[in-house]
Design a protein around this ligand. Structure first.
Ligand code: C2O
Ligand code: CU
Length: 511
């Protein structure tokens, strides 16, 4: 009797457990489906493009006695009207959101007075710039509140659309997200192929960012559920303008696209099916215009495109679902199914004629694989490179000056990663052994590395040896970078050893 009762209890207990498990599984499946469904974001159909696109002003330099062009950039905190519903607390340079476009010629000597007018330590890095490590504005060149840091260097690289942004270790995502970023255009009048080049008229900067706002208009940077790339927003902001249109008054318009987003990859094209020409990538012009209907840009990357319009045209630059190369679930949660209208191009009823698109744009003298002096491997996994997290006191790689190197970068997992070395621009040798597609055929400084893919890049390290100051290499997904997906390389004269002992205070240096 007792035994039978005990048996019965067991059976009841089992039934309850089974029932609960079933309900639990059901709830999990339902919740999973709900999150999966909700994880898709799009603004297509929601916009009327009512706001005219802001164009960042050109920074006005003063000219020193020795001809140095001197620019002033001051970090500023304040309020910006980004969305209806209230002002947002933001950062900018010389204003409260983004900064002016700095522009100078190849060969110019520049000095930039970077003043920290906010109450947090930060840095300002010249992304894509070929310059001495001490002038780079990486994590070691910290600028304290109220201080001014004045790097100076000579522009020594092909014409390109570069940019500047903070690079404080562990805080880069926050500082960039608040709005501290801007463009830095290098011109080369001796090698200008005759593209549209009137700034703000037929040569238009597009600083593309995704944001999320709370009900009061304040910026929120919380990572959506399930995301492996960190922050993904639901609102597109271009040059600080939401819901934007840009008036076009010429038959051809050049758009300088900068992906200044934390993690989002854009796959640009036009819903009316028109093709366009890519004329430049990150670090300079392509050899020839590349006609295409889609162009993908990952965080930190730039691309210049030329679009033809007819009088009275209204066409939208849209980001179609990007090809991130991920599995089904990561793809959905990391933005791979998202679509966004970016900006409407509104052509006038009468357009002035543009010069016709040149057949040739630049000579790209990429180094030969056979001339490489060294090959290094970089494996991307989790938030580490080659299994190591960033340590500001550790030198990960030592490069001898006056050498050519091949860097082999592999993404070892189904998660979006990219790779960006400071100091050099590189050419892509191959992607999993295949010749690079045309959009990767120019000089680059940042590259998306799809899962289970190896990309081989080649670069020359011609100058700027300095054993005491490191350059960075890192994933440009800002959340990954902040969590330590970054390493340091030092360029030395033959026989020299790196020595970081003079670098002083090093946050993130944990021994
Ligand atoms: Cu745009 Cu090291 O970064
Ligand atoms: Cu990454």
């Amino acid at each position: 009797m007792r035994e039978r009762l005990a048996n019965l209890r067991w059976k009841r207990l089992l039934a309850v457990v089974a029932g609960l498990t079933l309900v639990g599984t059901g709830v999990t499946v339902a919740a999973g489906t709900w999150f999966y469904g909700r994880a898709v974001r799009s603004n297509v159909g929601d916009l009327d493009f009512a706001n005219e696109l802001a164009i960042p002003p050109l920074a006005e330099p003063t000219i020193d006695a020795d001809g140095t062009r001197v620019f002033d950039l001051r970090f500023t905190a304040g309020e910006s009207d980004l969305v209806d519903g209230g002002p947002s607390e933001t950062w900018g340079l010389n204003g409260t959101y983004l900064g002016p476009t700095v522009r100078a010629d190849r060969g110019d000597k520049v000095r930039i007075n970077v003043t920290n007018g906010v109450d947090e330590t930060t840095t300002l890095h010249w992304h894509g710039m070929h310059l001495p490590a001490r002038m780079d504005g990486g994590p070691h060149q910290m600028v304290e509140p109220r201080d001014t840091w004045s790097p100076t260097w000579t522009l020594d690289q092909p014409a390109a659309t570069l940019w500047y942004h903070p690079h404080l270790h562990g805080e880069t995502a926050e500082h960039v997200y608040r709005g501290a970023a801007g463009m830095f255009l290098v011109d080369d009048p001796a090698a200008a192929p005759g593209l549209p080049d009137t700034y703000g008229v037929d040569d238009i900067p597009l600083i593309i960012q995704d944001k999320s706002f709370d009900g009061d208009g304040d910026l929120s940077m919380s990572t959506p559920m399930g995301s492996g790339v960190g922050f993904l927003g639901d609102t597109i902001v271009v040059n600080g303008t939401t819901n934007p249109h840009v008036p076009v008054t010429t038959g051809l318009v050049r758009l300088r696209v900068l992906n200044a987003s934390n993690a989002r990859v854009y796959n640009l094209g036009f819903p009316d099916g028109r093709s366009f020409w890519q004329v430049a990538s990150d670090a300079g012009l392509l050899a020839a215009p590349h006609e295409t209907e889609r162009l993908q840009v990952s965080p930190g990357e730039r691309a210049e495109i030329v679009v033809a319009v007819e009088p009275g045209d209204e066409t939208v630059l849209r980001s179609f679902a990007p090809d991130l190369g991920l599995d089904l679930f990561s793809d959905r949660f990391d933005g791979g199914d998202d679509t966004f209208d970016i900006v409407q191009l509104r052509a006038a009823d009468e357009l002035s004629a543009s010069p016709s698109l040149p057949d040739e744009l630049a000579t790209i003298d990429a180094p030969d694989e056979a001339d490489a002096d060294a090959t290094r491997e970089f494996s991307l996994r989790g938030t580490a490179i080659n299994g190591r997290d960033m340590d500001m006191g550790r030198v990960d790689e030592v490069v001898t000056v006056d050498s050519t190197e091949i860097w082999e970068v592999t993404n070892e997992q189904s998660r979006p990663h990219s790779f960006h070395p400071h100091l050099v621009h590189f050419a892509v040798l191959d992607v999993d052994g295949q010749a690079p597609p045309p959009e990767m055929a120019g000089w680059k400084d940042t590259i998306y590395v799809p899962p289970d893919t190896t990309i081989r890049i080649i670069a020359r390290f011609d100058d700027h040896a300095d054993p005491t100051t490191p350059y960075m290499f890192h994933c440009h997904v800002l959340d990954h970078e902040d969590r330590g997906m970054m390493g340091q390389f030092v360029v030395v004269e033959p026989g020299d050893e790196p020595d970081l002992s003079g670098m002083g205070d090093m946050p993130g240096h944990d021994h």
